[in-house]
Design a protein around this ligand. Structure first.
Ligand code: ADP
Length: 181
C-alpha cells in the first residue's frame, strides 16, 4: 500500500505515520527526518540544508527530489510506504508521479487540526526549528505551497480527511479505518 500523509506542521502526521507504518508493516519515509539525520551526522547534504531548515523554509526541490528518489529505490519500499512530508511543492508532485506513476498512490490522508492547537503543540515539542517565528513561517509556506496540492489529489479522488484531535490511539484507528476502507 502506497500512502501519503499530508497536513500542516504540528498536525501529528509524523507520529501517526510511524504508528500506522508499523501496523501495516511498511516503511515510514519522512523527508524531514532524513534531513535531520544528515544535519546530526554532519554530512555534506546536512551542511547544505541546516540553515534552510532552521529558517523554516523549504529545502530546494532538486535536493529533496534526488534524496527521495534514492530512498524509493531501496528494496523495502517496493511493497509500499507511507510518505510523510513529501511532496510539498508542485515539482515534487510531478517527480513522484514520474517515479511511481500517476495512479501509484492508493490514498492521501489529510490531517485536520485548528491553527491555535497546532501552534501550542509545536511550542511544546521544543525541536530546534520550533521557535515561534519559525513556526509562523512554516505555516505560511505550508499555506502557500503545500495546501494547493491537496486539490490535485482531490481531483484524483484519493483524499481521505482525518480529524487529528484526540488520543494517539483514537487518531491511529481513524487513519487505519480510512486507509483500509
Ligand atoms: P513539519 O511537519 O513540522 O514541518 P518536517 O519534519 O516534515 O516537519 O520538516 C522539517 C523541515 O524539513 C521543513 O521545514 C523543511 O525545511 C524541510 N523539509 C522536509 N521535507 C521537505 C520537502 N518535501 N521539501 C522541502 N523541504 C522539506
Amino acid at each position: 500500500m502506497k500512502l501519503l500523509f499530508i497536513g500542516p506542521p504540528g498536525a501529528g502526521k509524523g507520529t501517526q505515520a510511524a504508528r500506522v507504518a508499523e501496523r501495516l508493516g511498511i516503511p515510514h519515509i519522512s523527508t524531514g527526518e532524513m534531513f535531520r539525520r544528515h544535519v546530526d551526522e554532519g554530512t555534506e547534504l546536512g551542511r547544505k540544508v541546516k540553515a534552510i531548515m532552521e529558517s523554516g523554509a523549504y529545502v530546494p526541490d532538486e535536493i529533496t527530489v534526488e534524496m527521495l528518489r534514492q530512498r524509493l529505490e531501496e528494496p523495502d519500499a517496493s511493497v509500499g510506504f507511507i510518505l510523510d512530508g513529501f511532496p510539498r511543492t508542485e515539482p515534487q508532485v510531478a517527480a513522484l508521479d514520474q517515479v511511481i506513476g500517476e495512479d501509484g498512490l492508493h490514498m492521501v490522508v489529510l490531517f485536520e487540526v485548528d491553527e491555535d492547537e497546532l501552534t501550542e503543540r509545536l511550542l511544546s515539542r521544543g525541536r530546534l526549528d520550533d521557535s515561534e517565528e519559525t513556526i509562523r513561517h512554516r505555516f505560511k509556506v505550508y499555506q502557500e505551497q503545500t495546501a494547493p496540492l491537496i486539490s490535485r489529489y482531490e481531483g484524483r479522488g484519493i483524499v481521505a480527511r482525518v480529524d487529528g484531535l484526540g488520543s494517539l490511539e483514537e487518531v491511529t484507528n481513524r487513519v487505519l479505518r480510512a486507509v483500509t476502507a
